[in-house]
Design a protein around this ligand. Sequence first.
Ligand SMILES: Nc1ncnc2c1ncn2[C@@H]1O[C@H](COP(=O)(O)OP(=O)(O)OP(=O)(O)O)[C@@H](O)[C@H]1O
Length: 448
Amino acid sequence: MAISGVKHVVCALSGGVDSAVAALLLKWKGYQVSGLFMRNWDQLDETGVCTADKDCEDARFVCDTLHIPFHEVNFVKDYWHDVFSNFLKQYERGLTPNPDVMCNKYIKFDRLMEHAFNKLGADAVATGHYARTSQGDSFLQTTDKDVKKENSSMELKEAVRLLRAVDSWKDQTFFLSQVSQKALQRTIFPLGDLTKDVVKKIAVQAGMERIAKKKESMGICFIGDRHFQKFIKEYIETKPGNFVGIEDYKVKGQHEGHFLYTIGQRAGIQGYNPRKMFVTDKNPDTNEVFVAPGTNHPALFHQTCMTDSVHWIHQPPLQLIEKEMLDCFFRFQHADPLVKCTLTLAGEGSVIVSLQKPLRALTPGQYAVFYLGEECLGSAQIQQTGPSLYSLNWKQYHSGDWTWNPEDDTAVDENINLEVKGTKLDSWDSWRNFLQGGFKWKGPFNGG
Ligand SMILES: Nc1ncnc2c1ncn2[C@@H]1O[C@H](COP(=O)(O)OP(=O)(O)OP(=O)(O)O)[C@@H](O)[C@H]1O
């Protein structure tokens, strides 16, 4: 319990540098801080090491260094039921889900929070995510008098908005886009204004060099560095099926199950140059995986998609309710540049997303995340994509504004013919390379 008057913040500690520094900053601010490590996946990795044990030891080291109490909680069962089995079911249905988004929604910002409030007596929970909220930690500064006032007046507390981190390369709002309003109201993100470099320096100065030097966790937490196909085959039974060419509908080869492939990846068909064929679509009912020759094949590009019901962090923007349409920004992968889009209400809370430009490998099951200025509005799972450039105007793509050369797999869109800072951007490849290299899209909403 909190020392009288001092608010108690439980910091979710992963054993990594971000949450370690988050806890340190909270201490510096004068809060009573405790560390909470959770186990959600207990199996051994490919080398036979239980990575959770090592992380737990590191989280304990952080607590010892900061002189704060250490707690541990086990959510292995909850994670299995709420995240992992759902993840497998979605793969079996031909979708490509994002377990990290689901983990935040169902585990970290639900079970872990509940544990912190009910079992550890926390006033707030903090994580090491790079993100900000509109309230920061101001809700902890309310005095007992304010609380009484708030309780006596029936006024509704202003909703909290989720904002992008100052460090746009580390921004993690994508992963937080399904978190509930209730959870955000009692959450602090101490790293929202900092860059990763600064965070690492702070950790070193505070005697946590070993944590600062730790290798960053990459990819889906339970898969780690493992080969995805090998991992998933341990849980879903293989079933032989055909690779089918999107252009001629001829069988190009055999695979061991549609769930082993995701849109946009190299198919690696035996007998074909594995660099040549890419997955464009899947049919889970017939177990067919459709493939096209070339990473820039027009069958891989879509400009529209339909989502399931949108989870709005705050509430649906007024303009969307009034006009049933909204201009905003979109991404469906964490680190991708934001793309301008228009949302149209499509019944039962879902939306149709019309993108300003076609994107490669828009994938059903992935989260469509929406932004307006620095605010992350919320997200929805992509249910299906609209027609590809190939099926839309296959006649036009050879002669019209979209030209794709099947010989060398280059694609040129005449609408994309820009010169930015001396770099000529006239193809998808040049766009992608340039955007990945730090170009910020300057739209009317200041997306980045
Ligand atoms: N096992 C865990 N136990 C408690 N909290 C966790 C755990 N894993 C992640 N978190 C919390 O979620 C945040 C984001 O987790 P993520 O896995 O994205 O790691 P990260 O951004 O590399 O952060 P870190 O450097 O703290 O590991 C962490 O900073 C931490 O607050």
